[in-house]
Design a protein around this ligand. Structure first.
Ligand code: GLY
Ligand code: MN
Ligand code: MN
Length: 368
């Protein structure tokens, strides 16, 4: 990975120089991993596993505590590991004297207010300029390189293998929680780092909640089953939803399922470089509206996927920026009816100049 991290570091430092930033403090865990290769996650924003301190040029640093020294040194060989045994501010004071930065930027989308107050106090005392920055490294992550695309394809393929192996074992009497647990166990057995989000398994009316939490409800013949799952493979996320009926679907289900599938195909068909996220969302939303379910689809059509399972770009009415080749997005239309249930179908696709490359191969529940 080091060649990739060299390239990313060079690009990040060029970006800092263009913006007259002398040093950037990176606190967001995905940005940290993207730039350095250091994989330790945060256990919530109050439990950081470290920061990168990246100067506009020269030696970058990875600031952490003794729990992570060995891991940081092994995973981020480009970075000099420094421990903040007396607190982050004391370490920054020492490094400021060494590097001599005047304008320090921090990631305002991922920084505790209490830590910000300490940082602001430190900067004021030392006559440093403190600059909040939003989305600097996230912008770099928008377009995936060939290695990232390969990992996203592998992540998707593995996710589908897990889905199919658990799908074969589903039988009446199993609970939503049992299926979700089997999925997450199988992910790890098959080599994933873990799920990319809490697995959603919902039967019948429970599927009317787009982000349903699995319950002890038991599966009965004729229930619709919605499974939304994703895993992390070598740092890269997958995300897929399938909805099917356990047993024989009735005509109402078939009609609604076909409509959602048409919406997914319309969304995928609208994707290409230069089109806005809002236009892709509209293409799919229109299909649901024309079918009489305009009010049954509340969330956005999709989102970017990479090191994070939810990242930019967005396919939503509010996203007016254009898609670019190399972005990876989900397309996940759904319809949700409180007294009936829900259907969502979700695939991932790479944006290309002419259209898109769909990453999914699994056809479970798509063949009605
Ligand atoms: N699991 C949430 C999503 O599909 O985005
Ligand atoms: Mn999903
Ligand atoms: Mn999704």
């Amino acid at each position: 990975m080091t060649a990739i991290q060299v390239d990313r570091l060079v690009r990040a430092q060029a970006l800092l120089r263009r913006k007259n930033i002398d040093a950037l403090l990176v606190s967001q865990p995905h940005n940290r991993r993207y730039l350095s290769g250091y994989t330790a996650p945060d256990h919530g924003i109050q439990e950081t596993s470290g920061f990168l301190l990246i100067p506009g040029d020269g030696q970058p640093f990875l600031l952490t505590d003794s729990r992570f020294t060995l891991q940081a040194e092994a995973e981020a060989p480009l970075y000099r590991v420094e421990l903040y045994s007396k607190g982050l501010i004391k370490l920054l004071e020492r490094l400021q004297k060494k590097i001599g930065f005047r304008a320090l930027a921090f990631e305002s989308d991922y920084f505790l207010h209490s830590a910000f107050l300490r940082l602001a106090d430190f900067c004021a005392k030392n006559r440093l300029i403190l600059r909040p920055e939003s989305g600097l490294i996230e912008q770099m992550r928008l377009i995936k390189d060939e290695d990232e695309l390969r990992l996203l394809r592998q992540s998707t393929a593995l996710n589908e293998q897990v889905f199919q192996s658990v799908h074969r074992t589903i039988e009446p009497g199993m609970t939503e929680r049992e299926i979700a647990l089997a999925i997450e166990l199988t992910m790890r057995e098959m080599g994933a780092e873990g799920p990319s989000f809490d697995t959603i398994v919902a039967f019948g009316t429970n599927a009317a909640r787009p982000h349903a939490v699995p319950t002890d409800r038991e599966l009965q013949a004729g229930d619709l089953v919605l499974i939304d799952m994703g895993l992390v493979f070598k740092g890269y996320c997958s995300d897929m939803t399938r909805t099917f009926v356990f047993g024989k679907p009735d005509q109402t289900y078939i009609d609604r399922h076909r409509l959602v599938r048409r919406a997914m195909l319309a969304g995928l068909g609208a994707i290409r470089a230069g089109v806005t996220g809002a236009a892709v969302d509209r293409a799919a939303r229109q299909v649901l509206a024309d079918g009489g379910y305009g009010n049954a689809f509340g969330h956005g059509l999709g989102h970017g996927v990479g090191i994070a399972v939810h990242e930019e770009p967005r396919l939503s009415p509010r996203w007016r920026k254009q898609l670019r080749a190399g972005m990876v997005v989900t397309v996940e239309p759904g319809l949700y009816l409180a007294d009936w249930g829900g259907i969502r179908l979700e695939n991932m696709a790479v944006v290309t100049e002419q259209g898109c490359e769909v990453l999914n191969r699994d056809t479970t529940g798509l063949d009605l």
